[in-house]
Design a protein around this ligand. Structure first.
Ligand code: PAF
Length: 282
């Protein structure tokens, strides 16, 4: 497995594989890799000839009071996980290479990014789309792999790829959960044992949402309210939003739909968690 920090080096390796007719898959990450990331790398390994993982804690997507400074950085372990998953090349740029002081360009979407996560974290998605655009231009993938856990993120990236006519395919892989239902996240390691226990209410609320949808007699609005009540009843969990929305537009649903997703964000102690579940209404 090759490890490269320079964009030019990565680009020339990938170019040579593309010229040889090989299909390139990329898994963009911020490191602190867990089993969820491994599932993305394994999917890329199954479906592509040459697999690139990028590890970069992107300062541009963190707000001023967010966890950029203390975001877990575990490069040695990350490289071991990449190697075990069969990754061919790991790109580990530093901030000066990704964002030189004279850089002026920002990739910014105007609709989807203003909702839910974007409303609570102003500027976050500009940071995501700008860095992902740069990572795509450096790693030249045929396919790029993202987790469904960041539901809005994968939607925003799909929109960007379509709007900008990028010749690549976005693959969204299922959420990977701990045995008790907690969605895998690099931020779970911030949780104290008590907060970890409290955070299970997110999965309970999403499971309840699915059960209510299956009854066929509950409106999306009623399901959203019941999720809010359940989460609001747990001390130490501060709900940011819980909503049943259209899968593509993220607009709250008024009527039941075949394209529905329940989305939750909450602060548990100091840790901000998100989770979601595609709903099947009867
Ligand atoms: O999902 C993440 O880890 C990040 O938002 C991404 C896509 C790697 C961009 O920094």
């Amino acid at each position: 497995m090759q490890v490269e920090a320079l964009p030019s080096a990565v680009r020339s390796v990938v170019q040579s594989h593309r010229c040889g007719g090989r299909r390139v898959g990329v898994v963009p990450t911020m490191g602190a890799l867990h089993v969820g990331h491994v599932s993305l790398m394994e999917a890329a390994r199954r479906e592509c000839d040459f697999v690139v993982t990028t590890i970069f804690v992107n300062p541009m997507q963190f707000g001023p009071n967010e966890d950029f400074e203390c975001y877990p950085r575990t490069l040695e372990q990350d490289l071991q996980r990449c190697e075990a998953a069969g990754v061919d090349l790991v790109f580990t740029p530093d901030a000066a290479q990704m964002f030189p002081p004279d850089a002026e360009s920002i990739v910014s979407l105007t609709g989807l990014t203003r909702k839910l996560e974007g409303r609570d974290r102003p500027g976050h998605f500009d940071g995501v789309t700008t860095v992902v655009a740069k990572l795509f231009n450096i790693t030249l993938p045929h396919r790029a792999y993202f987790g469904q856990k960041d539901y809005q993120q994968q939607l925003v990236i799909r929109r960007m790829v379509s709007d900008l006519n990028w010749a690549l395919e976005i693959v969204t892989c299922p959420i990977v959960r701990e045995d008790d239902g907690l969605a895998m996240s690099s931020r779970n390691r911030y949780l104290s044992p008590a907060d970890r226990e409290r955070s299970l209410v997110l999965f309970r609320a999403l499971s309840m949402a699915q059960q209510l949808a299956e009854t066929g007699s509950e409106s999306p609005d009623s399901i959203s309210r019941q999720m809010q009540q359940l989460i609001g009843g747990v001390n130490g969990v501060d709900l940011v939003y819980s909503v049943v929305a259209d899968c593509d537009t993220l607009e709250p649903l008024v009527e039941t739909s075949e394209r529905a997703v329940a989305l939750i964000a909450a602060r548990v102690g100091k840790t901000r968690l998100i989770d979601n579940q595609i709903l099947r209404f009867r």
